[in-house]
Design a protein around this ligand. Structure first.
Ligand code: NG6
Ligand code: CA
Length: 502
């Protein structure tokens, strides 16, 4: 080798990084129903410790004012992947397990942008954005309109939630381990098959329901919806985190030589909380705490895989949650009894389903060694901006029609301390909107219930407008609407403009 060649090689090596690639990998770890106060890096007083998440936060940037766009799963996930507000369209609500896809072929997504840019893309874990065309998914055939049709090269998913049928994994548009002699039938209205239900045979349950969840019993747990068949394909709740994590780790190993985007959406800590026995009883805070430990373990495994494959430095990891926390979401799993001093929302009011901060202000951690300085960011950030911001990171122009998603890459990387001018969030439990600008928050008046009866969560709905100052009053206790009519009018007007599309 000539001296010139050698120098060129050294130069290229430096430019491209150790793994020989220049473009950064992206890993989005998306927890389910994990609250602002659930990780010990957000609430050091917690007795439930999440060391792997904390390590990520120590070495990365921990945001304390980042938001999901909605207080429930489907709409938040829709925003994250499409860069659009969910409330612009009808039907983007918590979906049934047999719902048709709400993102279909041709719809630009974070994954399709990355795939177009030469990335290998994958989703592993919870989907909950519907499957199949207008007729719904064909569980016994090739499901057309699946993640693979909207930008993902590889998908290994559960269709909806752990508590909704069908309780099967779908890999690259087909149900895993399906025996054609035992076809799957799913119905959300009338019973199919003759398997016991939680309503008819509660004595067969290993975990009793507190509200809802009394349809077909699978693995001792009553679900939402009826299911028959597909016996060999059914998942075991206890090994779900292991299964998803191993698929994600395998994807990382397989793609270490080329740039990839991995959207890893865990089932933890959504109900039913049935963690692996190696975590049960370990948190001292019941199954919800144990599920948090399981989530933390998954994070550790992903980070280990990145490290072992020499990818840590060139990978941007984002860890967040789809909506705020809930303690009793339909099962008597001991979460209420064992909560103790653990406050899943930290200092915030409300929780999942709520327009109060507990519904949408979520943990958000960015790790990108070498490019992102460790620390805490007070920048306002919304998950709807990941579409535009991550596109910008790899030099791609987002779809011109996507006005909701703003490029806040500088905030994501810690260079811009302010972030968004304003954030808009929505709760479907009453239809309230809120806008947050500087430290002001305005909540629209609604007729919805103030408290959700079953989960006992304060929804934040009120018949008159609410105005809070979040910095001094993160718990939204003092409504300043009457005292500050000018601020209220300005925020109301701005929210109206955004809702009308500008
Ligand atoms: C609710 C379920 C709840 C949970 C939620 C969706 C009942 C009584 N409650 O309807 O258990 O599944 O939907 O959660 O059925 S989310 O995180 O996917 O939005
Ligand atoms: Ca959720």
């Amino acid at each position: 080798m000539t001296r010139f060649c050698l120098l060129t090689c050294v130069f290229l090596h430096c430019l491209l990084g150790v793994s020989g690639q220049q473009k950064p990998n992206i890993v989005i770890i998306y927890a389910d129903d994990v609250g602002y106060g659930d990780f010990s890096c957000y609430a050091p007083e917690n007795r439930v410790k999440t060391p792997n998440v904390d390590k990520l936060a120590q070495k990365g940037l921990r945001f304390d004012r980042a938001y999901a766009t909605a207080a429930t799963c489907t709409p938040s996930r829709y925003s994250l992947l499409t860069g659009e507000y969910p409330w612009r369209k009808n039907g983007i609500n918590v979906l049934a397990g047999d719902a048709s896809a709400i993102i279909r072929s041709g719809h630009s997504t974070l994954a399709s942008v990355f795939r177009q840019a030469g990335y290998t893309t994958a989703v592993v874990g919870k989907w909950h954005l519907g499957l199949g065309n207008d007729q719904g998914p064909d569980w016994n055939g090739h499901i057309r309109e699946s993640p693979n049709d909207v930008g993902f090269d590889y998908s290994f998913i559960m269709a909806a939630t752990g508590d909704r049928v069908p309780t099967v994994y779908v890999e690259n548009s087909r149900v895993v381990n399906l025996d054609p002699q035992d076809p799957i039938r799913v119905n959300y209205r009338t019973k199919v098959g003759d398997e016991p239900t939680g309503r008819e045979n509660p004595e067969l349950l290993k975990m009793k329901h507190s509200h809802g969840h009394d349809f077909t019993i699978i693995n001792g747990v009553g679900r939402i919806g009826y299911m028959a068949g597909g016996k060999a394909a059914r998942w075991t709740d206890e090994t779900m985190a292991d299964t998803f994590t191993s698929k994600a780790v395998h994807f990382i190993e397989q793609n270490r030589q080329q740039p990839f985007l991995l959207y890893f959406a865990t089932h933890d800590v959504h109900v039913p909380r049935v963690p692996h026995p190696r975590f049960t009883g370990k948190s001292g805070h019941g199954l919800r705490g144990d599920a948090l430990l399981e989530f933390d373990w998954s994070v550790g495994e992903i980070m280990k895989a990145l490290e072992e494959n020499g990818l840590l430095k060139n990978t941007l990891v984002i860890l967040s949650s789809d909506n705020g926390p809930v303690v009793d979401d339909g099962y008597h799993d001991g979460a209420v009894e064992h909560l103790g001093s653990h406050r899943p929302t930290g200092p915030l009011r409300g929780g999942k389903y709520s327009i109060f901060e507990g519904g949408t202000r979520i943990p958000f951690i960015v790790s990108y060694p070498g490019r992102v300085k460790p620390g805490v960011s007070h920048a306002l950030f919304s998950q709807v901006d990941l579409y535009a911001s991550l596109s910008a990171l790899i030099g791609e122009k987002p779809d011109a029609g996507k006005k909701d998603s703003q490029n806040h890459l500088a905030a994501l990387l810690g260079k811009d301390k302010k972030g968004r001018k304003e954030v808009v969030v929505h709760s479907q439990s009453g239809g309230a909107f809120a806008i947050i600008e500087t430290d002001w928050k305005y909540i629209t008046p609604t007729k919805g219930a103030a408290v959700q009866k079953d989960t006992r969560i304060e929804l934040g709905n009120a018949p008159s407008p609410q105005l809070y100052r979040l910095e001094k009053d993160p718990g939204e206790t003092t409504n300043l609407a009457e005292k500050e009519p000018a601020v209220l009018r300005t925020l109301e007007k701005r929210l109206e403009e955004i809702r009308n599309g500008s």
